[in-house]
Design a protein around this ligand. Structure first.
Ligand code: ARG
Ligand code: GLU
Length: 711
């Protein structure tokens, strides 16, 4: 069989240049980018970044908590990541007496560090190309089901064989939409302790107002430490564990970065889709995203109205607001960016060229129908995607309904269910219920429910609605009744049910109107939507895999980078500002001055700590000041990043730490679909600001003493 594995072969033969900035590169193949990186200013080698023969920068990078990136900055396992990545663990340790979220936390010695059960960090020890072995026995004509079965079988064999020769965790992941496969050897450390974090008005300064936006002034960092057993191996928490000694920790530069300087990010980007056909980009950017933006925008308006009226409600809805608002703002940026950049038209042009290329040779028969098939599949998918979107964003967004949904587990209880099973469910539901009511404000939910149900009815045709919607005559009356009749608005009633639950109460529970709505939504999805979505997506995955192969064959001289898939990647570009629109130019950095300009004691997101003001007034920046004399806070660069890159180190030409990546500018969030070097910028907090806060603000200079600082 002729194996398809173009990437490596063609890259050696025809090294060519992409837009600087674009692409998320596989570290073990970085030698193919080395020349370009060095031409852009890099002073180190690909081997310095990733090597399996000696220590390299990769030994300092971890997947943090399953969703972010972290980096080791001392020989004692000291780790930096974002504040928003450590948030959950900081919150878990916070109480009214010890409010670390509000006031920050600093362990002044190792004994004061706080264990974080459930938190792990993962080191990549080695990566191997196993494409040939995974695809053994399949070819372009192998029927899809057979193909997948064969691949699964091959993967199982390879993993089993590798497990025998290694102590590491073995996994295999598809790259290039299943055209290539790589094996990963990982080591997972589970004793990770909280060492320090700034108060939220530094770590989350600007809050959701500034989220995704430049100019930015967020000190988005937190500090942890990885512990190991005496031999440096992973171990469950034990007070006798010792700080993990990495093969390599990152050096920290105090020089800062100038406009135009080479910079790279090393971390764990989660998901991108750069090779979608035009029809899919159009569907996402111009149909689905705007609906989600519209619905969430309306929900957020209602939250805002009540949050402004009452400080208690403001806190109750802060985290919900942050969650909804993060997607809302990002998707707005995606649509704006795709249209501004003429992304769909550009994809169409490209597809025109692809089609011409296919038609030039009979041997390209397998690509002949691709674009037509894409159109057909996405068209068929559309009504189901819409149905799903409304179910999730309109139906389940009603808090009462999704809360009631948590109780469906009780509906299966009968006289014969063992009491201990029932007790376990009741115990969990008590926890769910307590945290629900702590942050529930009924007037908000009532108004949201009425608004969303009207939107749902307006948008979805009768045969794409769950049954309950078709039974509604007047939404306002319906909502009034729902909130009056459901027990799930009333904590006392819910507690009564949980404290004194008997199987004979199931019938009454099943009749609760909120639970019935939940059942109707989920039933509709299960019976009418899911099977279509999953079978259409299987078709689409196949088409995308073949299209990817075709694109690589058409442009053998181009270097392709595989879509992000939560594996370690290197991305690089320059430190630079940008012009988001005509007449508007952004400088690449912000300073402490900007924090003072934004300060507003009446707006939660813009409160400034007195201690920070004092340092500012005395210009007490020590060695952390820029050579221009100011305190730099954040900076932008043209480096291709996405979710999961939060906490990733951004490094200079020498491979020294310049800052921590934490966001993108929303004008460029379309970079998950199409990267445009003119407007896609990532945002990082300047490492000098991080050190300044640790040292001058918190007085935790002992942490700095552990680090390697390059002046
Ligand atoms: N936008 C960043 C990301 O996607 C930061 C989110 C956390 N910050 C916030 N203000 N909600 O994850
Ligand atoms: N804040 C994002 C994260 O948590 C990174 C921003 C982005 O999507 O680029 O991963």
């Amino acid at each position: 069989m002729k194996r398809f594995h173009l990437l490596t072969a063609f890259m050696v033969l025809f090294p060519a240049f992409l837009f600087a900035g674009e692409g998320m590169w596989i570290p073990m193949l970085l030698q193919y980018n080395e020349k370009e990186m060095q031409e852009m200013g890099m002073k180190i080698t690909a081997e310095d970044i990733y090597s399996i023969n000696h220590s390299s920068l990769k030994d300092a990078i971890v997947l943090f908590g399953g969703g972010c990136t972290g980096e080791i900055v001392s020989d004692y396992g000291l780790l930096l990541t974002n504040h928003h990545c450590g948030y959950d663990y900081i919150q878990k340790h916070s109480s009214v007496e010890h409010d670390y979220l509000t006031n920050g936390f600093w362990a002044m010695n190792r004994g004061e560090e706080l264990p974080c059960p459930g938190l792990s960090v993962i080191f990549l020890r080695e990566m191997r190309d196993v494409t040939e072995r995974v695809l053994e026995g399949v070819n372009i004509d192998t029927p899809e089901a057979e193909r997948q079965a064969k691949i699964d079988e091959n993967i199982k064999k390879i993993v089993a064989a590798t497990e025998k020769e290694t102590k590491y965790k073995v996994s295999i992941k598809p790259f290039f939409l299943g055209n290539e496969y790589y094996l990963l050897l990982n080591e997972v450390y589970t004793d990770v302790r909280l060492v320090g974090c700034p108060p939220s008005n530094i770590g989350k300064f600007g809050g959701d107002t500034d989220n995704w936006v430049w100019p930015r002034h967020t000190g988005d960092f937190s500090i942890f430490r990885v512990y190991a057993d005496k031999d440096g191996h992973p171990a469950v928490y034990d007070k006798d564990n010792v700080p993990y000694k990495p093969a390599k920790h990152l050096d920290i530069s105090l020089k800062g970065a100038e406009e135009g300087d080479f910079a790279f990010v090393f971390g764990y980007p989660a998901r991108t889709n750069e090779y979608l056909p035009a029809v899919a980009v159009d569907q996402e950017a111009n149909l689905i995203d705007p609906i989600m933006v519209d619905l969430r925008g309306k929900v957020l308006d209602i939250y805002n109205k009540y949050q402004e009226q009452d400080p208690k409600v403001r806190i109750q809805y802060a985290s919900k607001h942050a969650g909804l608002g993060n997607g809302w703002k990002k998707w707005m940026g995606v649509t704006e960016g795709i249209n501004h950049f003429h992304g769909v038209e550009k994809k169409h042009e490209y597809e025109g060229r692809f089609y011409d290329w296919v038609m030039q040779s009979r041997s390209r028969y397998m690509y002949a129908n691709l674009l037509k098939d894409f159109k057909q599949s996405y068209k068929e998918l559309e009504p189901y995607e819409l149905a799903y979107t409304y179910m999730a964003e309109a139906g389940l967004r009603i808090e009462l309904v999704s809360f009631a949904g948590r109780f469906v587990r009780l509906l299966d209880v009968t006289k014969d269910t063992p009491q201990e099973d029932i007790d376990r469910i009741l115990y969990q539901l008590k926890g769910t219920s307590a945290s629900f009511f702590k942050d529930y404000y009924e007037p908000i939910d009532r108004e949201v429910a009425a608004m969303l149900l009207k939107e749902y009815l307006k948008a979805q045709p009768a045969d794409f609605r769950p049954d309950f919607l078709n039974d509604i005559k007047d939404v306002d009356e319906y909502v009034d009744k729902l909130f009056a009749k459901s027990m799930f608005t009333d904590e006392a009633k819910v507690n009564e049910l949980l404290d004194d639950f008997k199987p004979n109460k199931v019938k009454k529970l099943a009749n609760d109107p909120a639970l019935k709505i939940y059942q109707s939504l989920i039933g509709f999805y299960r019976n009418e939507v899911y099977s279509h979505i999953s079978s259409l997506n299987n078709d689409i995955d196949r088409l995308r895999r073949i299209y990817m192969k075709g694109q690589m064959e058409m442009e053998p001289e181009k270097r392709f980078s595989p879509d992000a898939n939560f594996t370690l990647r290197v991305t690089y570009g320059k430190v630079e500002g940008f012009k988001p629109q005509d007449g508007k130019t952004f400088r690449h950095f912000t300073t402490l001055e900007g924090i003072m300009q934004k300060e507003n004691p009446d707006i939660y997101d813009y409160v400034v700590e007195p201690r920070l003001k004092e340092l500012y007034n005395n210009k007490d920046y020590g060695r952390y000041a820029d050579k221009d004399g100011t305190m730099h806070v954040a900076f932008t660069a043209s480096v291709h990043t996405t979710g999961g890159n939060s906490g990733s180190p951004i490094l200079n030409a020498e491979g020294q730490l310049l800052g921590l990546n934490f966001d993108r500018c929303w004008e460029g969030t379309m970079s998950d679909l199409i990267y445009d070097p003119d407007i896609c910028r990532n945002i990082s907090v300047d490492i000098r600001y991080v050190l300044f806060i640790i040292d001058k603000f918190a007085g935790a200079g002992h942490l700095i003493d552990e680090m390697t600082i390059v002046e």
